[in-house]
Design a protein around this ligand. Structure first.
Ligand code: SAM
Length: 218
């Protein structure tokens, strides 16, 4: 099966599951093609700059951007979410499409994954998960040196970006690029922040579960 068809079938399976479990508020296929598939794939150029190796999607929900990115890059992937019901559905859909040898899920908090697999990832993504400072703290301990973190943001405020600069320094991450675009619906604004793991954090990571999101290191 072609990659595009595989991703399209995955979306069908997720929209079917969405009738009984709340995975996404977008229920029309036409809209979902833009807001889930097209949006997931806009960051392919950034993801493709990463060194070879494992890919992880943090707070994957219904598997976006994780599934499309995993298929298009051909990388081994782990899609992470703390809600078991969601990872169970993602796993079922991945299995139905015969992709479970390459794409798996981790059901638990990102902080717990960082304890199990420190420094094991070459590239990470996160969409609609948290503010930049918390995201940087969560991603850093999972990445190997030279690994990349791709953040999908709506429109980050100047305050959020300023706070992210401070936290990036503390967690050994460096901003590589920032790119803004509008999706093909003509109205959805997307910003892609690309960070590289360049050094050692000056604080011990991961901190206790919930700290990154509730008490950022600003
Ligand atoms: N990335 C998907 C998307 O853009 O469609 C889902 C976004 S949803 C708003 C955020 C997801 O992150 C939720 O499914 C939530 O369970 C998960 N999440 C939030 N904090 C988390 C954490 N610390 N560890 C693992 N998952 C987390």
């Amino acid at each position: 099966m072609e990659n595009a068809e595989l991703i399209d079938r995955y979306l069908d399976l997720i929209l079917e599951e969405n009738k009984t479990t709340n995975l996404t508020r977008i229920d029309s296929k036409e809209k979902a093609r833009i807001l889930h598939i097209e949006d997931s794939l806009v960051a392919l150029p950034e993801v493709n700059r990463a060194p070879e190796g494992l890919y992880g999607d943090l707070g994957t929900g219904g598997g976006f951007p994780g599934f499309p990115i995993a298929v298009e890059t051909g990388r081994k992937a782990i899609l992470v979410d703390s809600v078991k019901k969601k990872t169970a559905i993602v796993e079922r859909c991945v299995d139905k499409l015969g992709m479970s040898d390459r794409i798996s899920t981790f059901s638990g908090r990102i902080e717990d994954l960082a304890r199990e697999m420190p420094g094991k990832f070459s590239v990470l993504t996160a969409r609609a998960l948290s503010q930049l400072p918390s995201l940087l703290e969560l991603a850093s301990p999972l990445l190997k040196k030279g690994g990349l973190f791709v953040c999908y943001k709506g429109e980050a405020s100047p305050e959020e970006e300023e706070a992210a600069k401070k936290v990036a320094k503390k967690v050994g991450m460096t901003l590589v690029s920032k790119r803004s675009l509008i999706l093909s619906d003509g109205e959805t604004h997307r910003e892609i922040f690309l960070y590289e793991k360049t050094g050692k954090p000056t604080v011990k990571l991961p901190r206790r579960v919930g700290m990154a999101q509730h008490k950022p290191l600003i």
